[in-house]
Design a protein around this ligand. Structure first.
Ligand SMILES: O=C(O)CCC(=O)C(=O)O
Length: 221
């Protein structure tokens, strides 16, 4: 008989993070993860398809679809100027509610006013990664909320000043929440590798990792 209390009930060792960065393991239930994966499949069906963003001459290894505002090498626009020129889908109300619940979970006193107007949904295959970078195309310094589903990854966060040390390394697993706020809002961060075969059964995804980042751009039309 499969034990109900397997290794997965053991707490993961907590990594002490820099101020403003928060990791909440298991924030999303498996049912919520599956539901989000279904919504992601709808977003990826268009009007703007899943695509690899090109930065200079480099095509990113993750494939992305955006809501609200389309992110590209030049910043944000309403239309996917580097893909097919179509306007991206609106940010649905449930995403705003989820963003508020996420900030509430980390004790952010402004959670109730958080109104993300952009979502970047990134799909990683086993080889995909994301180099250390800052999320600085937004004019707002409101926190970035990050949700992970599917295969786990080795994630690194540093400081806003430099790509060099200090670094904090942790695993982001299916259902985990990560928040970049306060002094860590502009911290360098990246995904060093995906850990293939680690997606839990029932999360709606296998062989891939999905990450959603919810952002307030501070932009207006
Ligand atoms: O996939 C992740 O966990 C991080 C994604 C990220 O860094 C980004 O979208 O800027």
């Amino acid at each position: 008989m499969e034990p109900l209390f397997g290794d997965d009930v053991l707490p993961r060792p907590a990594v002490a993070l820099p101020e403003g960065a928060h990791h909440v393991p298991g924030f999303l239930s498996l049912e919520q993860q599956r539901w989000i994966v279904e919504r992601f499949d709808e977003w990826a069906a268009g009007p703007v398809p899943l695509h690899s963003t090109v930065i200079g001459t480099h095509s990113m290894s993750v494939r992305t679809v955006c809501l609200g505002w389309h992110w590209h090498a030049g910043g944000y626009s309403r239309e996917a100027v580097d893909v097919n020129g179509r306007r991206v889908l609106e940010v649905p109300g449930w995403v705003v509610r989820l963003g508020r619940a996420a900030l509430d979970a980390v004790g952010d006193p402004h959670a109730g006013r958080y109104t993300p107007d952009a979502v970047l949904a990134n799909l990683y295959d086993a080889q995909a990664h994301m180099g250390l970078h800052q999320d600085r195309d937004e004019q707002s310094l409101a926190p970035v909320v990050s949700l992970s589903i599917g295969d786990a990854c080795r994630f690194r966060i540093g400081t806003p000043q430099t790509r060099a040390r200090p670094h904090w390394d942790l695993e982001l697993r299916s259902g985990d929440l990560f928040v970049f706020g306060g002094p860590s809002r502009l911290a360098f961060h990246g995904v060093r590798s995906v850990l293939p075969g680690t997606a839990p059964q029932g999360c709606g995804l296998s062989g891939h990792r999905l990450n959603l980042t919810l952002r307030m751009t501070g932009l207006s039309d």
